[in-house]
Design a protein. Sequence first.
Length: 109
Amino acid sequence: MKNSRLAVQDKLEKILGSKNVYFQPPDKSTIKYPCIVYSLNDVPTKHADDKKYISTYQYSITLIDYNPDNVFVDELMKLKYIKFDRHFSTQGLNHYMFTLNYKQEKENN
């Protein structure tokens, strides 16, 4: 199985069309916009018969851009199990915050 974080990284880079996707963002002065910053929030696990049944990785995703009419919001909303949380702006940058529940699936090889 592919690492959950790397799979999410790949999906976000495809949506943004660039490598400006950061799990551990660099210094603010080197970030290029638009960008996506994301982090792991939780790994809720369901149990059945005293065994781990399924784990879902929950990520916080923040799309950051100068443009208040960002086209990537619609693209992110196409992801399965994503929820828009809120928007705010600060220092001329718009922040669109989402929560993504990512179920890791087996790869077909």
